[in-house]
Design a protein around this ligand. Structure first.
Ligand code: NOJ
Length: 536
């Protein structure tokens, strides 16, 4: 048993959990406006319970002008009518909890909408009560912006306010002004927001761009990035040294964590897009920071056995003793795994995600093998893509409607959905895959079920030497030991069990067609992953 693993009773629910990300606009439309909503999610909770997931994280549902589809919040303590009402959320919480499913919301504390009353008041005059709630600065001599900082969505990160003759800072769109977390009133207000939702029974939060909350006190210019290349978004021309990952952010995070700790069994996931070594600092000293700093290594690592193997080792080695791992395979900001790795490897990827050590997050539709859907220019909606046309930054392709059935609009909506559907939804959908014993959906369900075995849920992980196309590791618990062997190539491979293992039983193949005894040497077919219970 790995010494990192606490005794059974000290293990928190979220360590054993599989978390499922719902992008609410695209999950299920209950009221016929072409956009998903809370009642739509509630109506599919039985499906999620059947799939076996433990928690859902719902991307933002708060009142918003939707300049960035909800990541521009105009009121932190209500629900946008597009998604329903607070009563709908209460119902969703009750129905989810009745099925043993926890509910996490997406907390967006770095910035508000420019339509938030705080910002409207802040920009109304230099003496306004909320002026210092945002990041206002004088121009440099000559009138240029106060720093060279760039917006994540292209262009400068400062917008000039004619009325009050100052610039305000926005890490994203000009419609998303950054809050000033150095102001204690901001901290108190946002901590109050957390309590509002925790009191309602929400089980935790995914916190948006948490590593960017605090900006440099001296507003120094960012240095150029020597690694910048055309494949990277334009803001990577500079290294975000002074507008992100500032040391003071950890104190702010401790404050947020303290609020969660006032309630039992709550969890905080943090969006942190940093190199692994920096990511680790977000667990906080002795684990008093973010419970799960989201780990994007599988999102950004090319689907190559040597690179994936190295990523697993590097991440595991970097984790502090108190840091529980997390793995993300797809999300609403990055192309889907089936598109990145190809259909055949998407099954291998599923086995990887669900057998690695640590809490996995599954992005809605990945369990069906959903792929990115090409979105024609006239249907493009994502501001990132629209601001940098033709450069491939748009995130609409990975946000298309969930494919429920063969019905019109894939059973997502009675009307044309806000984004186009995959033209092949008639074969890749919940209804069809549920009845097909060999489907990707069946594979996900079975892997999630198997993950409940203590060895896979909380056991240790030992990487075995990578061999050509084969990545393999052993998960060991008090109850059992499993070998996971993943063939990331197109040809059959011979695999030898590690020394000390005398044989085993194939518990599941990604092809879902194999349950047999294996001796010390066995064949792994092309694009096949095997989970083998081994006997020492
Ligand atoms: C990260 C979110 O995941 C992304 O979708 C959003 O556009 C930015 N933060 C801004 O909130």
């Amino acid at each position: 048993m790995n010494e990192r693993i606490d005794v059974e009773s000290a293990i928190q629910w979220w360590q054993r959990a599989v978390i499922y990300q719902v992008y609410p606009r695209s999950f299920a439309d209950s009221n016929g406006d072409g956009v998903g909503d809370l009642a739509g999610i509630t109506s599919h909770l039985d499906y999620l319970a059947w799939l076996g997931i433990d928690a859902i994280w719902i991307s933002p549902i708060f009142p918003s002008p939707m300049a960035d589809f909800g990541y521009d919040v105009a009121n932190y303590v209500d629900v946008d009518p597009l998604f329903g009402s607070l009563a709908d959320l209460d119902r969703l919480l009750a129905e989810a909890h009745a099925r043993g499913i926890r509910v996490l919301l997406d907390f967006v504390p770095n910035h508000t909408s420019d339509q938030h009353p705080w910002f409207l008041e802040s920009r109304s005059s230099r003496d306004s009560a909320h002026r210092d709630w945002y990041v206002w600065r004088d121009p440099r001599p000559g009138g240029s912006p106060p720093t060279n900082w760039l917006s994540n969505f292209g262009g400068p990160a400062w917008t000039w306010d004619e009325e009050t003759q100052q610039y305000y800072y926005h890490a994203f769109l000009p419609q998303q002004p950054d809050l000033n977390w150095r102001n204690p009133e901001v901290r108190t207000a946002l901590e109050g927001v957390l309590r509002f939702w925790l009191d309602r029974g929400v089980d935790g939060f995914r916190v948006d761009v948490i590593w960017q909350l605090v900006k440099d006190a001296e507003f120094r210019d960012n240095p150029p990035n020597p690694a910048y290349g055309p494949a990277l978004a334009p803001h990577h021309r500079l290294v975000s040294l002074y507008n992100a990952d500032r040391p003071e952010v950890h104190e702010v995070i401790r404050g947020l964590r303290a609020v969660l700790d006032e309630y039992p069994e709550r969890v905080m996931l943090g969006e942190i897009d940093l190199p692994i070594e920096r990511l680790m600092s977000y667990y906080g000293e002795s684990g008093g920071g973010v419970h799960l700093p989201l780990n994007f290594l599988l999102l950004i690592t090319p689907w190559d056995p040597a690179r994936i193997d190295e990523a697993i080792r590097r991440y595991e080695a970097a984790l502090p003793a108190y840091g529980w791992p997390n793995w993300v395979l797809s999300n609403h900001d990055t192309p889907r795994v089936a598109t990145r790795s190809g259909d055949a490897q998407a099954r291998v990827a599923a086995m990887l995600l669900l057998t690695l050590r640590g809490t996995p997050t599954v992005y809605y539709g990945d369990e069906l093998g959903m792929r990115d859907v090409p979105v024609p220019p006239d249907r493009e909606r994502d501001p990132f893509g629209l601001r940098l046309p033709g450069q491939g930054f748009g995130r609409d392709p990975q946000r298309t409607p969930m494919q429920w059935s063969t019905a019109t609009n894939a059973g997502f909506s009675d009307v044309e959905p806000w984004l186009p559907l995959d033209t092949e939804y008639a074969t890749r959908n919940v209804e069809v895959e549920r009845d097909d014993g060999d489907s990707m959906l069946r594979l996900y369900r079975r892997l999630i079920e198997l993950r409940r075995t203590p060895a896979l849920a909380v056991g240790s992980l030992e990487c075995l030497p990578q061999d050509g196309d084969v990545v393999s590791y052993i998960r060991r618990g008090a109850d059992a030991s499993f070998l996971v062997a993943l063939n990331m190539g197109e040809t059959d491979r011979q695999v030898t069990l590690p020394e000390g293992c005398h044989g085993g039983v194939v518990v599941i193949s990604t092809h879902l067609d194999r349950q047999e005894l294996v001796s010390t040497r066995f064949t792994l077919r092309a694009n096949e992953g095997l989970l083998i219970e081994v006997t020492d």
